[in-house]
Design a binder for this molecule. Structure first.
Ligand SMILES: NC(=O)c1ccc[n+]([C@@H]2O[C@H](COP(=O)([O-])OP(=O)(O)OC[C@H]3O[C@@H](n4cnc5c(N)ncnc54)[C@H](OP(=O)(O)O)[C@@H]3O)[C@@H](O)[C@H]2O)c1
Length: 320
């Protein structure tokens, strides 16, 4: 079977599509035929070495497809069942082994591409808007990179909870997408902190969702009201350098958190509850999933280049 691998860390050129033997499911595992694999920013951190891992390494963690066969002790995942997952190393491949504990059945009304497109970024948006800071009606929220994969879903979920979204994007085309997702106002990154204050009578927004990191961190703090929360959930512009905690005191008792999806889905009941809410919203049309680009497996390098080059919107999928 064909699978994407890296043997060294580096730029997109280190991604190679190779023939590897089809794996056999061990106890607790399920072999799945991948119909669509999600491309996520974390794939670029692993590829470049920002997140170290043993090499050689398989690429990709998310996807959707049909069960081929299950290993010992697995129940409820019959061959042919449509399933999705967010954490199975090597998902950028024709077939992948997934731990049964990570698999979620995809309900009728949601197709494989949509399931692969919504799972990782949708669960992230879900825990950010419901757990990291349960957005309340009327609250002011700043969402950075609002036309991105997480950003478009997060903007919609904040709106569905009654929050008022000020969004940032880098281009007018992306701004249009953010507006269509429910942002009240979309500005350039350089204007975010100022507009956050102007829109709130000088006070600042209640929460900032920041997946951009180094480039936006200072402005994110400057946009907050006293005792507001910065949810720093990613680093698409690079990691935030070490930080003097005293700044939180001086800026009005601010909170900063650096949350992970793993910590919000480690419990299977929590994973299933969040996923079923997401799928229900997708099926009833209240959450729209934008697939901004699809690529054959052979073009995985181009997918990473486009993502890191800020040329993408919504979700990117690899189609094996
Ligand atoms: N903690 C978690 O649980 C978790 C889970 C999933 C994702 N994440 C993080 O969430 C962030 C978004 O992930 P995603 O997969 O949805 O990606 P994405 O938002 O679709 O793509 C990244 C976007 O960030 C913006 N950006 C701003 N400065 C950038 C720069 N210097 N280089 C590249 N992009 C820049 C770009 O939008 P503009 O062109 O509009 O600026 C770009 O399109 C990433 O940091 C990712 O690591 C965290």
């Amino acid at each position: 079977m064909r699978a994407v691998r890296i043997t060294v860390t580096g730029g997109p050129e280190v991604l190679t599509v190779t023939d590897v033997p089809e794996p056999e499911p061990g106890p607790g595992q399920v072999l799945v035929a991948v119909e669509a694999a999600g491309v996520n920013y974390v794939d670029t951190y692993l590829r470049s070495g920002t997140y170290p891992q043993p090499l050689p390494a398989p690429v990709g963690s998310e996807g959707a497809g049909r069960v081929l066969r299950a290993g010992e002790g697995v129940e409820g995942f019959e061959p042919g069942l449509l399933v999705a997952w967010k954490q199975a190393p090597g998902s950028c491949a024709e077939r992948v082994l997934v731990d049964a504990a990570e698999l979620v059945p995809v309900p009728d009304g949601v197709d494989a591409r949509t399931a692969a497109a919504v799972l990782l970024q949708g669960l992230t948006a879900h825990y950010l808007a419901t757990s990291t800071h349960p957005v309340a009606p009327g609250e002011h929220v700043l969402v950075h990179a609002a036309a991105g994969g997480v950003g478009l879903l997060l903007t919609q979920l904040v709106r569905l909870r009654g929050g008022r979204v000020l969004a940032t994007t880098s281009t007018p085309e992306k701004a249009e997408l953010a507006r269509a997702a429910g942002a009240e106002e979309v500005v350039a990154y350089a204007d975010a902190a100022r507009r956050a204050r102007e829109r709130t009578g000088g006070r600042g927004v209640d929460v900032v969702y920041d997946g951009v990191g180094r480039a936006t961190f200072d402005d994110s703090l400057a946009a907050l009201r006293p005792r507001g929360l910065l949810a720093l959930y990613g680093a698409s512009s690079g990691p935030v350098p070490p930080f003097d905690l005293q700044r939180l005191n001086a800026a009005g008792s601010l909170f900063v958190t650096r949350p992970s999806l793993a910590a919000h889905t480690a419990d299977r009941a929590e994973l299933l509850a969040r996923t079923s809410e997401l799928f229900a919203r997708v099926a009833d049309g209240s959450l729209r999933v934008r697939v901004g680009g699809t690529y054959p497996l052979e073009e995985v390098r181009r997918a990473h280049e486009d993502l890191e080059g800020r040329r993408t919107t919504g979700k990117l999928l690899l189609l094996p």
